[in-house]
Design a binder for this molecule. Structure first.
Ligand code: PAF
Length: 282
C-alpha cells in the first residue's frame, strides 16, 4: 500500500498504477474507520483493479459550532485496517493541501435536496461535502466511488452533483452496516456515553417497526411518522431533530408512500447526533 499526502504524489502513483487501462475504485472517508467503511473498501476491491481510499476530516462540511476539533482521529489504526483491507493507495492530505490559502471555489447543490433533513440544522454541510468530493474526484479520477447508504442524503446530493456536473463516475451506494444490536455504525458513536449507547439501538428498532408497518400495508406517511415519533420520544433523553418520509432520489416529502421511499431520522442523544434510515420499495 502506498501512503501519499500530496496531490502531486497521488497523481504520480495513479498514473503508473492505472497504465494499460486499469479501473480505479475510490472510497472517500474522514477516517476513524469502522466495518461500514471497510465494507466499502471490500466492494471497491471486488469491482476494480486499483483501490484508493482518502482519509481527510473535511473542515468545510462542519458548521461553526460543530465537532470539527473533537472529531475522532487515529491514523495509525486506519492505516493498518486499510492495509489489511487491500487498499492500493491511502491518501492522507493535510488541510492546506486541499484548501490552500486563497481557496474560494465551492460547489453548491441548490434547492430543497440540501435544505431538508440534515440541511435544516446543518445549512452549509452539503456545500462542504460537494466541494471536497468534487475536488477528490478530480484528483483521483475514479471509475467508481463508494458511499454508505447510512448517509442517504449525502448519496442523493452526490448523485445529483455527478449528473449535473457530468462526472464520468459510477456512484455505488452500499448497505448500512450495523452493530449486532442494530445501531448503525458511525465514527461518531464513540461520543455516546454508556447509558446513551445502551439506548441508541432503540432508534433502529423504531425504524424496523416502521418498515413492518409499511410491509403490512400502511401507506400514509402521517401514520408512519407518528409511529416513529412516539417510539423515539420514549427513549430517555432523546431529542428528535427530524423524522422524514421522502422520495429516495429527489428527497421531496411524500404524503403517501409510493416508489423508492426513504424513511430517515436524526436524533440527539446527549451531545451525540445520530442519523439512520431505511429504504423501501413500495
Ligand atoms: O461521509 C463522509 O465521511 C464524508 O462526508 C465524505 C464523503 C468523506 C466527505 O468528506
Amino acid at each position: 500500500m502506498q501512503i501519499v499526502q500530496t496531490i502531486a504524489q497521488l497523481r504520480a502513483e495513479l498514473k503508473t498504477m492505472r497504465a494499460g487501462g486499469k479501473t480505479v475504485g475510490f472510497v472517500p472517508t474522514m477516517g476513524y474507520l469502522h466495518d461500514g467503511h471497510l465494507s466499502l473498501v471490500q466492494k471497491a476491491r471486488q469491482e476494480n483493479d486499483i483501490v484508493v481510499v482518502s482519509v481527510f476530516v473535511n473542515p468545510t462540511q462542519f458548521g461553526p459550532n460543530e465537532d470539527l476539533d473533537a472529531y475522532p482521529r487515529d491514523a495509525e489504526r486506519d492505516l493498518s485496517l486499510l492495509r489489511a483491507g487491500g487498499t492500493d493507495i491511502a491518501f492522507f492530505p493535510a488541510v492546506d493541501e486541499l484548501y490552500p490559502p486563497g481557496f474560494t471555489t465551492y460547489i453548491t447543490v441548490e434547492g430543497p435536496m440540501t435544505q431538508t433533513l440534515c440541511g435544516r440544522s446543518r445549512p452549509t454541510h452539503f456545500r462542504g461535502v460537494a466541494t471536497v468530493v468534487s475536488k477528490l474526484f478530480n484528483m483521483v479520477g475514479p471509475d467508481r466511488a463508494y458511499f454508505g447508504q447510512k448517509d442517504a442524503q449525502q448519496v442523493a446530493v452526490i448523485e445529483q452533483m455527478v449528473r449535473d456536473l457530468n462526472f464520468d463516475i459510477e456512484i455505488v451506494a452500499c448497505p448500512t452496516v450495523r452493530e449486532p444490536d442494530g445501531l448503525a455504525m458511525s465514527s461518531r458513536n464513540t461520543y455516546l456515553s454508556q447509558t446513551h449507547r445502551a439506548q441508541a439501538p432503540l432508534i433502529s428498532q423504531a425504524l424496523f417497526g416502521a418498515r413492518d408497518l409499511v410491509e403490512k400495508g400502511e401507506r400514509h406517511s402521517a401514520v408512519v411518522v407518528d409511529y416513529l415519533k412516539t417510539n423515539i420520544q420514549r427513549i430517555d433523553g432523546a431529542e428528535i431533530d427530524y423524522v422524514s418520509i421522502a422520495d429516495s432520489r429527489s428527497l421531496s416529502d411524500l404524503d403517501i408512500l409510493k416508489g423508492d421511499v426513504l424513511i430517515a431520522v436524526a436524533v440527539k442523544l446527549g451531545r451525540t447526533r445520530l442519523i439512520d434510515n431505511i429504504r423501501i420499495k413500495v
